[in-house]
Design a protein around this ligand. Structure first.
Ligand code: ZN
Length: 68
């Protein structure tokens, strides 16, 4: 009888999936409100106005702050 190696549950493909899009973060400019996509190793500066005050956009939903 020959022994067969135990099969993995296909967790290999799952691993590469979460590995790709984690290098980019979305930031919202504090002064002009422009949404910037900044990579982790790049300096966090607004591409629209050059401000360095950016807020992290954690939610995936669209959130708008509008003065009434
Ligand atoms: Zn800005």
């Amino acid at each position: 009888m020959s022994q067969t190696a135990p099969k993995t549950n296909g967790a290999n493909t799952d691993n590469t999936n979460t590995h790709v899009k984690n290098t980019q973060q979305k930031y919202i400019c504090g002064s002009c409100g422009h949404r910037n996509t900044v990579e982790l190793r790049q300096p966090i500066i607004c591409h629209a106005c050059g401000s360095r005050i950016l807020y992290k956009a954690r939610t995936k939903r669209l959130v708008q702050f509008e003065a009434v």
